[in-house]
Design a binder for this molecule. Sequence first.
Ligand SMILES: Nc1ncnc2c1ncn2[C@@H]1O[C@H](COP(=O)(O)OP(=O)(O)O)[C@@H](O)[C@H]1O
Ligand SMILES: [Mg+2]
Length: 246
Amino acid sequence: MIELKGIHKSFNGNKVLNDLNLEISDGKITVILGRSGEGKSVLLKHVIGLLQPDRGRVIVQGTDLAKLDDREIKEFRKKFGMLFQNAALFDSLNVFENVAFPLKEHRPMTDREMRDRVHEVLELVGLKGVDHKFPSELSGGMRKRVGLARAIVLTPEILLYDEPTTGLDPIMTDAIDKLIMNTQKHLGVTSIVISHDIEASFRIADKIAMIHEGVILLEGTRETFEKSKHPFVRQFLEGKATGEEM
Ligand SMILES: Nc1ncnc2c1ncn2[C@@H]1O[C@H](COP(=O)(O)OP(=O)(O)O)[C@@H](O)[C@H]1O
Ligand SMILES: [Mg+2]
């Protein structure tokens, strides 16, 4: 389980998280939903220890991140796979090299073992025969797949997705949503997905937590949201407050 307890975070006097509390269950897909600029990426960076709270505690599987030193936090991050908003591939490396990169860094293995592992994860994300292509030769959706393959190559316990489908067309969005769900099923990981799209959240989430004005305004299932009478939630449901319009 991942616990965020009373998290406060400001940047230059701009309060982004204001006593935020959230529990994220193991082995489930939790979607963090909210408009652009509400602090979703900031929240995710706290979970992986890239940002420290001004106040409050982040506890991951019983470990209080504030108690880890630099070396321990590096070790701790190996639990995670992260798919960044822009896929963040290395442009000068081809698909195979991009996916092999974490293995080279962290896992001593033979060339043959590496080849097998890279091909295994590429197959899992539905990519075959593209080893030698460079990121610039791929569509947005394919780049996300490569990013996901790279995120799972070290078999993480926790997968973080920052707006995995933003900017993709509906068909590619559907494919990536399915991929997130299949990855969840195959690897049994804990997944945290950031989204500003409530419909997309309904499709994939076991639980949705909506962030607004620095706190979790509402959390629960699709039903919780559909039943909510909170004006901001209603607005979101009626499509009047999507991230794009902000
Ligand atoms: N490293 C930083 N330094 C200063 N301000 C930041 C930093 N990271 C995020 N912010 C600010 O925090 C707010 C929330 O950002 P972010 O978490 O990226 O929003 P989103 O919900 O769109 O992911 C924004 O106002 C952003 O400008
Ligand atoms: Mg963001």
